[in-house]
Write a protein that binds this ligand. Sequence first.
Ligand code: GLA
Length: 708
Amino acid sequence: MPQISYDPDAGLWLLDTPRTSYALRVDDSGAPCHVAWGGRLSLAEAREVAARPRDTEGSSSFEGRPPVGEELPVDGGARYGVPSLQVRFADGTRALEWAPAGHHITETPDGAAQLDLSFHDRHYPLDITLHYRVHADTDVIERWTSLRNTGAEAITLLRGDSAAWTVPPRDDYRLSHVTGQWSAESQLRRETLPFGETVLTSRRGITSHHANPWVMLDDGNATEEHGQVWSAALAWSGSWRITAQRTPDGRAGFTGGAGHDSTTLLLAPGETHTTPCFAGLCSEGGFAAASRAWHAYTLDHVLPHPREIRPVLYNSWEATGFDVDEQGQMALAAKAAALGTELYVMDDGWFGARRDDRAGLGDWTPSPERFPQGLSPLIDEVHRLGMRFGLWVEPEMVNADSDLYRAHPDWVLHFPHRTRTEMRNQLVLNFARGDVAEWAYKWLSALVADHGIDFLKWDMNRPFSEAGHPAHPDGDDRLWTTYVHHLYDVIDRLRADHPHLRIEACSGGGGRVDLGILARTDQVWTSDNTDAADRIGIQHGYSQLYPARTMAAWVTDVPNQLTARSVPLRFRFHVAMAGVLAIGGDLTRWSDDELAEAAGFVATYKQVRHLVQHGVQHRLRGPVDDGPTVVQYTAEDRSETLVLAWQRAPHGGRPRLPVRLAGLEPGAVYRDAGSGTVHHATVLTDHGLPLGLPPGDWASTAIHLVRR
Ligand code: GLA
């Protein structure tokens, strides 16, 4: 059972997860302070840590409070680190002073334990509550903060992070995170944490391709399989900021929340602002164990339908571009169905005057030239072929050349007297406006209901610019937050209205991947880069936090549209089988042999996808290694395992060693479902599995082992 205990003598709270403990207290000044975050501690042990004075040798009148070590450092008193909470009261006062106001420990209906720790400012009308939640089945600790203006005048929230996390003192610290750009998302970086402040952020209004809101810290010695790792992930799909700090006194921690630098929020009298969740995890067992814990947490506590098997999908985008019409789509649908595809998705180009990316966005009625009788004939045909039907939409966007924009030029983000910057010839609709969000909800709900649509690919193809909401009484910056809340609300209402509807989150590929969007969608489009060779690195970075169950992966044509690289169909399938397999090539141009080979891979995937989508992942060899990259997925009960291996360009004369498998049942015997070869688990674990990859470039294999 998750447990939260309070020791009134020491003024200490102890939160227990299955394998870790987290302790905090309120210090003499009234501020919530961190005590411990690591392996399990008894109350007595936590008290010992709490009683230990921080090494103050060399302290002087210049030091102030340590910048790392509070649960939510404020701007106030002798504090000079990164403020997690920074406010300006109506009279201009900024220094916040904590006054404790009690706590509640409750059990939530789903069996979690929650601590709400309340404070107010010593003088000004602001209530602050720190929330902590622990579950029985994960070491992830959920944290968020709520702020309530109890006065009669507005309070300016200059910074309102969800939580600050402190890691224990270590000789060294290393930071893991991802960077990227369009078509090159999720590039894993692992580097020494520099002294000072390292800011990971998106100022784009979306999560971004360029950084992703999670961090991992270790002492520099963790490996894939060994060592302690402290990590955190923010459940927010707009602009965000995580600041990792390494202080001159040798400490480290990170604070994170919604919004980027200089965006503020006016907290009206009586208003409560609740931050998104910035969940944290301390884990043993290296980066792999940290990833697995996040995967399990996402499945058990984030996704709406985690245990559902995601279907094999076909998407028409790379085959047709904007050239969609009834006949062409029906032809592709027939080919896709013959391959074993279960969900057919028509991408961009089906509506209004959309013939390229210059016109039509915003006019969400089927194009009469391309679909003379509407979408129904195509959808009926797709259903007749035994597939579900999905449709691409981009509800937050408008082309200037559209009926919608001509009717409502004020609906887009804009500032007076500023150029409305177009990117991909489109402008961002201001979802912070209630009427815009309502308009989107209405047409989407009607579209889904009228056509029996099973799946939406919800796209968002540019970041914000000129993010203004002229004449809005609360000022412009609120839109950064309200936009995201309204986006969530539209998706939540759609799902409630249409329980069968499933949604893929997309933002030009992986521009909006985070635990916030995953709480209300079923999978994400990982990247517009479908080159299998590039995908190995993208998928590796993606897997650091997010489970394969959410990672859509298409097999497309060669030469690849983006990279011009050609790799064999087999290799492309094996790479895409590492996530939610989909096909995105122009099937009308595939030869009979290719179609037959593809149908075989689809059938194979269906036999192993429960392992990929719901199993436990082991990254046996990462993509930076010389030799094959190898990923293994094992059933929770260890009854089956799948090994996927991809070798790009092996060097001559290099050893070709068997790969040691993980997570098998000791003493058991496993049979290779393809070759029939029988292996002892001990041999596979200690001596390895020979991959049998042929020499030459682009060798790949999928080995399915079943316990006898
Ligand atoms: C984005 C998506 C693509 C495709 C196009 C359509 O780039 O990532 O998959 O849907 O939009 O315009």
